[in-house]
Design a binder for this molecule. Structure first.
Ligand code: SAH
Length: 302
């Protein structure tokens, strides 16, 4: 806590950008007003960020928090995410968000479902952006709750830009991404010393033959990295085939993990060239993560 005269304390706060003085040229602070500034932008990466999510009575200006909810189980929501939810006036959530987390929001908080079912019903992104901006303009603290991390195939960047260009303060509360957590929950590390020096996360939303797919599969096949595929249940056979054509051995260990962290979690392990069929035979469906590379077998003793 700062000590000294009221002036010294104010100067300290002003110096750290926590308050602004109505007249910065003032020599005798007692004569001038102190303006409490919106400091959200000063704290983008603060570990204690959630402390500032507390409701501020009388506040005019809203903000949007892009909260990554983790892969599904409530235990994998971060403490910062939980804190943000507790302070929310509005929660905008979709199907992969941990729905148990909604109970953390105040009972009178508005809950807005924005469906996103694969190849099914969905709320257009523009409409979601508009909801975020609209509610924040009304002065609300808006939590946009998503599965995993907002910036990993979560369209969090688009929501950030929509808020920023509308002049709405926006922050991210990082989440536990399924790309790392779901393999881990199945006993598969994405890196392992002396086995794989790194990993890459790609979307299988569209198959390798689709012109919208911009992944350089040939480069991946030769990179020596663990390949983690999200949204790839329907395209896994085509992805595996492409990787093998590009030179990745067909007997490379691979796994598919569905419903990671949930009571319904299921997984199959098989050589790359058989893994899509094995997953299909086992009835594994979305959401699922596929992992391709020797780390799949790294924790199997013997
Ligand atoms: N932002 C999210 C990913 C969104 S894309 C994140 O960081 O995790 C949606 C994909 O995430 C799904 O198709 C699936 O591949 C993966 N996914 C999310 N939750 C999952 C879970 N509990 N188990 C398996 N895969 C999951």
């Amino acid at each position: 806590m700062a000590t000294g005269s009221p002036d010294a304390r104010l100067r300290d706060l002003a110096g750290r950008g926590l308050v602004a003085l109505a007249d910065p040229g003032a020599t005798d602070l007692a004569d001038f007003d102190v303006v409490i500034r919106d400091t959200a932008h000063l704290h983008g990466g603060d570990a204690d960020a959630p402390g500032r999510c507390d409701a501020q009575p009388g506040r005019q200006r809203g903000e949007v928090l892009l909260v990554g909810g983790g892969p599904g189980p409530l235990g994998l929501l971060t403490l910062a995410g939980a804190e943000a939810l507790r302070a929310a006036d509005v929660v905008v959530y979709d199907r992969l968000a941990p729905l148990g987390a909604l109970d953390l929001a105040p009972a009178d908080a508005e809950r807005v479902p924005v469906g996103k079912i694969p190849r099914g019903e969905f709320t257009p992104q523009e409409q979601i952006n508009a909801i975020l901006v609209d509610r924040a303009r009304q002065g609300a603290t808006v939590v946009r709750l998503k599965g995993g991390d907002s910036f990993v195939f979560g369209r969090g960047g688009e929501e950030w830009l929509a808020c920023a260009s509308a002049g709405i303060p926006v922050r991210v509360v990082p989440g536990v991404t399924s790309a790392v957590a779901v393999p881990g929950l199945a006993g598969v590390p994405v890196t392992h010393r002396a086995v794989t020096p790194g990993f890459v996360v790609v979307s299988g939303h569209v198959g390798p033959d689709d012109p919208r797919n911009q992944v350089d599969w040939a480069a991946l096949a030769g990179a020596g990295l663990t390949i983690v595929v999200l949204m790839g249940v329907a395209t896994l056979a085509a992805i595996a085939e492409r990787l093998v054509v590009c030179g990745l051995p067909g007997d490379t260990p691979a796994a598919v993990v569905a419903d990671g962290g949930l009571p319904s979690q299921r997984q199959v392990t098989a050589p790359l060239e058989q893994v899509a069929q094995a997953a299909q035979q086992a009835g594994l469906g979305a959401p699922a993560v596929a992992i391709i590379g020797p780390t799949v077998a790294a924790l199997t003793p013997g």
